[in-house]
Ligand binder design. Sequence first.
Ligand SMILES: Cc1cc2nc3c(=O)[nH]c(=O)nc-3n(C[C@H](O)[C@H](O)[C@H](O)COP(=O)(O)OP(=O)(O)OC[C@H]3O[C@@H](n4cnc5c(N)ncnc54)[C@H](O)[C@@H]3O)c2cc1C
Ligand code: FES
Length: 289
Amino acid sequence: MPTATSPPAPVNRDVPLVGRQALEGPYVLLTFRHPEVAGRARAGQFVMIKAGTVAEPLLRRPFSVMSVTPRDDTFTLFLKVVGPGSRALADLRSADTAGCLGPLGRPFTLPPEDHEALLVAGGYGIAPFVLFSEELRRAGRRSRVFYGGRTAADLQLRAPFDSGEAPLACSTEDGSLGHCGRVTEPLSTHLDRRGGPATIYACGPDAMLHAVAALAAERGVSAQVSLDPWMGCGVGTCLGCVVRIQRSEDPRAKYRCACTEGPVFDSRDVLWPGEVSSRARRESAAVRG
Ligand SMILES: Cc1cc2nc3c(=O)[nH]c(=O)nc-3n(C[C@H](O)[C@H](O)[C@H](O)COP(=O)(O)OP(=O)(O)OC[C@H]3O[C@@H](n4cnc5c(N)ncnc54)[C@H](O)[C@@H]3O)c2cc1C
Ligand code: FES
């Protein structure tokens, strides 16, 4: 039974595809009509979606809401085709439908007013930062984007940051675009040089999130990370998405559903592979801002 404070329930719909833009390589932008996702989704939230006519895969897949256009009742996804679910979505044509449940999960929260927001993305992890940059701009917060991938071909979503309001620093491991190396390197340099307090937001592969969390702890900066576990239902019933989380009030780590309690978590609370407790890290990292 919803309470006065619980968020509105996600809405399940068969949604028509109303826009499709193929990018280079395995990347595509898909726009669907879904009034509730368009009207309510906040950055970091996601949908569970599956192309309407395919038998395989059986289950819907999670994708971050990249942007919304409430006046048209539409939202857009940024997809990397990696397997059958993403392939079937990418193959949809105009007016084809998909089964879509959303918006789901807990979004990123705005930084304190005087903080610069540092958005760190790996590969398709850039998707939620298009919407988040817009939310930050509307709230009058300064932001900066660090976007990393293996090669330039992996950095397909640069156009939304062309206005320069949120300066974009690209990194590639082969040096084909921007800084040659990992995305955490220009982030680390910026943390050394910044003139004021900052909050980090990260979305991408686990190894990158772990590295960002370690850097944030070392520099005493708070960070929110959007985790990327396997998800089967998106609503807390299959337990396929559990992650180990230890909040300040928890004496020991608990398994929590990333779909309902995340996917965005405070980086100090996440237990990464090989860690026994996040408590020592949390206590050693007094947040200086
Ligand atoms: C909250 C959330 C938001 C997401 N947002 C986006 C997004 O905006 N854009 C986007 O392109 N993808 C996003 N993903 C990842 C996306 O859900 C998976 O790529 C998708 O489930 C793949 O489905 P598939 O059937 O195409 O491939 P599958 O058959 O499920 O997988 C194909 C291959 O990809 C690997 N794989 C599958 N899922 C993942 C994963 N989560 N991480 C690493 N490897 C994986 C599998 O091991 C396999 O090798 C998100 C995931 C989560 C949890
Ligand atoms: S995806 Fe099923 S419980 Fe989270």
